[in-house]
Design a protein around this ligand. Structure first.
Ligand SMILES: Nc1nc2c(ncn2[C@@H]2O[C@H](COP(=O)(O)OP(=O)(O)OP(=O)(O)O)[C@@H](O)[C@H]2O)c(=O)[nH]1
Ligand SMILES: [Mg+2]
Length: 359
């Protein structure tokens, strides 16, 4: 198959190879989701789509349904004869998940197959280190690279102080400071956007995600809304996730601001590398860092090297993770095992399909 259009939407060899497994079906990327209706981009343009009955009944939770950014196999190449049917979701390269709002322990996919995740936080009222720790835990688990984007620099008069505070939680993550009120306010963001790479913007409502994307697009394609004056919060201007193609060849996913961000899976050792390093020096291997003797983590707090609040948040997030010990990579692996038996068998099947389709 000679793909042209969807190559611009980030198609690479890995997905192309897997798609070869599904003879007679067409490859497309999910660009929008509205409840159970999807918009997908195929080789001949946009299509409306819904999932097949088989996919629906075989689904074991929301992770088994398509999400924005997913590569899927559909039954048609154009929409002339009606809606397309999504038969298969290709293996995800990365996935940003959170616990669905409410009490159930189900996951919600925020974006799939992203290369970089921009965690947006404004430098005024939204600035909150504990929330950022949550975002980073999920981002490091997602297999996408996180970048912290601090927005609304024009509304902050103690930037240096903010950056010092941030340094205690941002280790290993790039930080970009920007503002829509300055001429070159988004230049550093642009540096991360390259052809064929997918970038997702996440963060609270009103921090300026859509404003930023509009700037990158060079036109106002997305709706933005003034924040409420009384509490400085956004008004949920963006209502659904959406994938767009940027003029410079990058692909961006805009997401609605989240009211709460609960963890479904998270990479705590990576987001809290300082605590993980200290924990290795505790007397007890299963030290809970609460009351045990010779606890290196508590000693660091007493010495003023680690903030108590950071430890509290770490312990809280640890309790929150649904699949304790299972990260997104392992969850995806489980799915492959369910589908193919093992990763090796999946690779063999892919190779066979490729040879067959090339004959
Ligand atoms: N002063 C200032 N205002 C900004 C900046 N960036 C965005 N805004 C304003 O903040 C408000 C909210 O921006 P949006 O882009 O709608 O925010 P969002 O993150 O997309 O919000 P949701 O879609 O609700 O998640 C708008 O009125 C923007 O004009 C900035 O750098 N400085
Ligand atoms: Mg928005």
């Amino acid at each position: 198959m000679n793909y042209k259009n969807i190559k611009r939407y980030g198609l690479n060899e890995r997905f192309e190879q897997e798609a070869a497994l599904y003879e007679g079906m067409f490859l497309a990327r999910v660009s929008e989701q509205h409840r159970d209706l999807y918009k997908v981009i195929g080789e001949q343009g946009e299509l409306l789509a819904s999932v097949s009955g088989k996919l629906f009944y075989a689904a074991d939770g929301t992770m088994d349904f398509p999400a924005v950014g997913d590569w899927v196999m559909v039954d048609r190449i154009d929409g002339n004869a009606g809606k397309a049917i999504i038969h298969q979701i290709l293996r995800r390269k990365s996935v940003f998940t959170r616990k669905a709002a409410g009490t159930s322990n189900t996951a919600q996919i925020v974006a799939a197959n992203i290369d970089v995740v921009f965690i947006c936080m404004s430098l005024n009222a939204d600035f909150n280190l504990r929330r950022l720790e949550r975002y980073l835990s999920i981002a490091w688990d997602s297999m996408a690279t996180p970048v912290i984007v601090l927005t609304k620099a024009d509304l902050c008069d103690d930037l240096q102080q903010r950056l010092v505070e941030l340094a205690s939680v941002s280790a290993g993550t790039e930080v970009i400071v920007c503002s829509c009120r300055e001429e070159n306010g988004y230049q550093s963001v642009n540096a991360y956007i390259t052809e064929g790479k997918t970038i997702a913007f996440i963060g609270s409502s009103g921090v300026g995600k859509s404003t930023l994307i509009n700037h990158l697009m060079g036109q106002n394609v997305l709706t933005t809304k003034e924040i409420r004056e009384d509490d400085d919060r956004g008004r949920h201007a963006t209502t659904h996730r959406q994938l767009l193609l940027l003029p410079n060849g990058g692909i961006v996913i805009d997401t609605p601001g989240m009211r709460e961000l609960q963890l479904y899976a998270g990479n705590l050792p990576k987001a809290f590398e300082d605590i993980a390093e200290l924990a290795a020096k505790c007397k007890f291997r299963d030290c809970s860092h609460t009351k045990e003797p010779k606890c290196a983590v508590r000693s660091a707090i007493e010495a003023g090297e680690l903030s108590e609040k950071r430890l509290e948040n770490y312990l809280k997030l640890q309790r929150e993770i649904v699949y304790e010990g299972l990260n997104s990579r392992q969850l995806e692996q489980e799915k492959i095992n369910r589908m193919f038996g093992s990763k090796k068998k999946m690779k063999q099947a892919m190779k066979q399909a490729k040879n067959k389709n090339h004959r």
